[in-house]
Design a protein around this ligand. Sequence first.
Ligand code: G6P
Length: 369
Amino acid sequence: DAVERGQYRHYMQKEIFEQPRAVADTLEARIHAHGVLPNVFGVGGDEVLATVRGLHIVACGTSYHAGLVAKYWIESHARLPVSVEVASEYRYRDVVVPPDTLFVAISQSGETADTLAALREARRRGYRGTLAVCNVPESSLVREADLKLMTRAGPEIGVASTKAFTTQLTALALLTLRLAGLNGIDADRYAALCAELMHLPRAIDDALALEPAIAELAARFVPRQHALFLGRGVHYPVALEGALKLKEISYIHAEAYPAGELKHGPLALVDESMPVVAVAPSGPLLEKLKSNLQEVRARGGELFVFADTRAGMDETPGTGALIRVDAGGDFIAPAVFTIPLQLLAYHVAVLRGTDVDQPRNLAKSVTVE
Ligand code: G6P
């Protein structure tokens, strides 16, 4: 055990630091400067993808959050409609499947009971095809889907998923680019997105250097009962994943909200005892997010803002902290901003003395309904 963990105290920490390698492996021989290589989704994959007019994405837990990010990406770059749903809901819903819809199941293990059942249900529902995004090549999900894109995260031991998530985002970014390429994206824009994606391992590596700073601010969360995570747009799922990480391993009750919803409820909870974590990348929504944060500050909430180095976020946010993250570009930013939130959850849990790798009541793979 200690040998496998090497210099790291927990598997989760080791797996967080393995992300540059895992993401690079997931990109290996699948993308180059001219674009995504043909048929990386399996034989005949491009033929199917070329005819796809929409996507239904289904998953559980962290994998579901990866699917939510993909929705923003695919809609904006490939201009195809995408719906994302948790597998336990999808499988029992009377789903309407428009013609030429691709069904995508995302799962680290490929054995999650609800996700597998959803795939089996989907096969009866008449999709254009089914695609598994999965980390275990010999899993049931991979065996049963028409197309597959393997994440190459390697074995993930920590129950709280980290490198599986960022490699899922990587795989879904490849899917986004392939679909965008097949749907007439502008060539320059396509090349720029490919270059960004190829930079992701480096960008994650840079974000990992934030660990000492984050370990220090983690102490501020230790006595807390609750925390609120805010994000907007493609960073709303990043906030959801950050909140999930914190609740899974530190047992602090954490909720994520799209920042624009703050005034429709959660603002009532904000006072001096409520830390608010905000994901604040640069972009058109930043000004709106700033005014959301102003509302938190005005009510005495302790703000922890993760801001893009490129963003105009200069002032320290009241009582909390401002942490600068080099996002490496708007496209890959969700994967990069995930890193400090993983580190935050990890260090809060360590300080609270929980069983980081095996949180109470949770299982790595949920193979029963
Ligand atoms: C469990 C794990 C989570 C994981 C979820 C889905 O709840 O604790 O970390 O995200 O299952 O697992 P999957 O293997 O389908 O991605």
